[in-house]
Design a protein around this ligand. Sequence first.
Ligand SMILES: CCCCCCCC/C=C\CCCCCC(=O)SCCNC(=O)CCNC(=O)[C@H](O)C(C)(C)COP(=O)(O)OP(=O)(O)OC[C@H]1O[C@@H](n2cnc3c(N)ncnc32)[C@H](O)[C@@H]1OP(=O)(O)O
Ligand SMILES: Cc1cc2nc3c(=O)[nH]c(=O)nc-3n(C[C@H](O)[C@H](O)[C@H](O)COP(=O)(O)OP(=O)(O)OC[C@H]3O[C@@H](n4cnc5c(N)ncnc54)[C@H](O)[C@@H]3O)c2cc1C
Length: 621
Amino acid sequence: MLFKGGGLPHESLALQEKLFGAGPDYNFMTRIERFKNSLVRVQHFIRCCARYNLHDHADKKWFEGVAFPNEVSVLGPHSGMFIPTLKEQGSEEQIQKWVPQAEKHQIMGTYIQTELGHGTFVRGLETTATYDPKTEEFILNSPTLTSIKWWPGGLGRTCNFGIVMALLYIDGKNYGMHPFVVQLRSLKTHEPLPGLTMGDIGPKFGFDTVDNGYLQFNHFGIPRENMLMKYCQVLKNGTYTKQTRNPKFSYGAMIFVRSMVVYEVAGQGLAKACTIAIRYSAIRRQSELKKSRPEPQILDYQTQQYKLFPLLALAYAVWFTGVRMKEIYFMVNNEIKQGHTERLPELHAISSGLKAFTTSMASWGIERCRLACGGHGYSAASGLPKIYVNATGGCTYEGENTVMLLQCARFLMNIYGGVKNGRRPSGSVNYLGERISSRCTLTSEFTLKSLADAFKHRAARMIKEASERLNRLQASGNDPEDSWNLNSVVLTKAAEAHCHYYMVLVFESVVESVEDNCVKDILRQLCQLLALCGIQENSGDFIQDGFLNNDQLELVKQKQLSLLSEIRPNAVLLVDAFEFHDVQLGSILGRFDGNVYENLFKWAKKTPLNKPEDLIHRLLR
Ligand SMILES: CCCCCCCC/C=C\CCCCCC(=O)SCCNC(=O)CCNC(=O)[C@H](O)C(C)(C)COP(=O)(O)OP(=O)(O)OC[C@H]1O[C@@H](n2cnc3c(N)ncnc32)[C@H](O)[C@@H]1OP(=O)(O)O
Ligand SMILES: Cc1cc2nc3c(=O)[nH]c(=O)nc-3n(C[C@H](O)[C@H](O)[C@H](O)COP(=O)(O)OP(=O)(O)OC[C@H]3O[C@@H](n4cnc5c(N)ncnc54)[C@H](O)[C@@H]3O)c2cc1C
């Protein structure tokens, strides 16, 4: 109950739905079968929402976790981007018009921004929306090959609506990127409307159950009322008005999804992979530890613990950080709604940074879990390939990770520059206003405070050095843009150090808040392990300025190893605490009942290659 709290009733309801738990095995389906099967579950999910009166977004999420295990359905872009953008960027009238239809799934939408030629560089997008005061329409057009919209989830076959990001032109003047609600397909025939060329972009690394699509506009007219007008308006006569608000408000949908991805994608993905690998390591026996004794569980090998327990600690850390990220998002978004925009830059920076930092760590961690499962980890029956291909998409979508780290670094450089000019930082960066201690106080006790302080020191130093290096590059004659590029590796590392510190701090605060002493002790061990592994893996960063000395590094190593033995008795319980149902794990290796071998054998017998098939038989005869 540490993790799920109020969500359990909805999860249990979903688990009662036969259509979700049973059915054909995902691994034996072709892409088209996977897509169709997902659509069947989407329709059933929609019926369940009506039957069980599920309106609240969080309640639906619990349900979705069972209905679409380890995959994104077309409901992802609809409920994660289309509806939130309508709500955040639409006027009251527009919200009244579209949101109820969208929430009842009478219209299905997606978020259409990326183009063939540009994804990262939003200001480089080329799709135009030209206002015609005579017809009171915006004419959407794709002027070049590279302006064809490319990637939006659900665009290929499913969605009949979309929010299209396009450059607004009035009277020949470019007003920049704006969001437009566009009907794409007939509500009767589901055919694309005339003036639109659209379809699926083809097979991908993962995301098989989503029809990511392309869309080309050929002078396609939409009513004036379809530009989302909360922040900017185009009047009938073509007059453009805007509130004196931050132009980056039109990027709001991206901040929302980035904030959610930390928990939904990185936290969940890594926790599932750890559950599978640790449960399996308690079942699998191999080799000899002692002569003439039974083969040990592979989880008893120190090297196996060294592979998996730091990932378990990381899974807890990312999970807690994801929960905190969601809270911050809703808090700051409420402030923004009330006109207080001061914390928007910080929200953008921390959501960009954490999205990048945690999805990269989770992808790397999921792959290590697979390796830790040996041969059976390589089988689709482990469930790990599916978890990996879907989670690793999070490193790219919603802002490619390097680019996101650089956005975070940009904020850190601004703040650090301000501190140099006497401004006091606050929130997640308040430590940049503190004096950096030059010596580490770490002792063999390894208090969580002293560990967090070590990460604070590392982040503050790396940010300071990145800023000073930037200044030096400029002082030696490089222009600001070249200096930035020549410093960008250092900048991304500074941003990572900041995010790492943030994650350790969140974990520490969770441990401190736990009242049950037994749980607290176990979580403290995990938090210590997370921090100690972080120090060891990045030891250069901690010793470079003499902050940590060799004796302290030796202590770090010793404590790390002793924690492995201390965590071992609780390891399986610690993954059970995530409370993933077998349906959600989709893994034979990670089954709760531990009945791995019998089920692997049953599963292999079902593989389609074992069925009589004429052509294969003839070729082999
Ligand atoms: C319930 C939801 C669950 C969700 C769970 C997820 C499950 C999965 C579901 C669906 C799966 C897939 C969804 C994927 C959807 C997509 O991928 S949609 C497309 C996303 N595209 C991107 O993310 C593009 C990335 N690029 C950008 O964001 C920007 O172009 C850029 C930030 C890289 C640069 O923007 P630009 O306008 O050029 O800005 P700069 O000149 O660099 O900076 C100017 C200042 O603006 C600040 N800023 C930038 N972005 C924001 C922002 N979003 N908010 C606030 N402020 C921003 C920037 O820091 C600069 O500030 P200063 O001048 O003060 O330094
Ligand atoms: C599974 C999936 C789902 C998606 N869903 C949607 C969707 O629903 N709607 C939608 O609109 N889009 C969607 N996208 C598109 C996605 O948002 C973009 O692919 C993403 O933002 C990355 O942009 P890009 O493809 O242009 O990468 P690129 O920018 O071309 O990245 C390639 C390389 O260039 C580097 N690079 C680029 N710019 C810089 C820079 N300024 N500084 C340093 N390095 C740089 C990157 O770090 C990277 O290594 C989806 C993508 C995927 C993979």
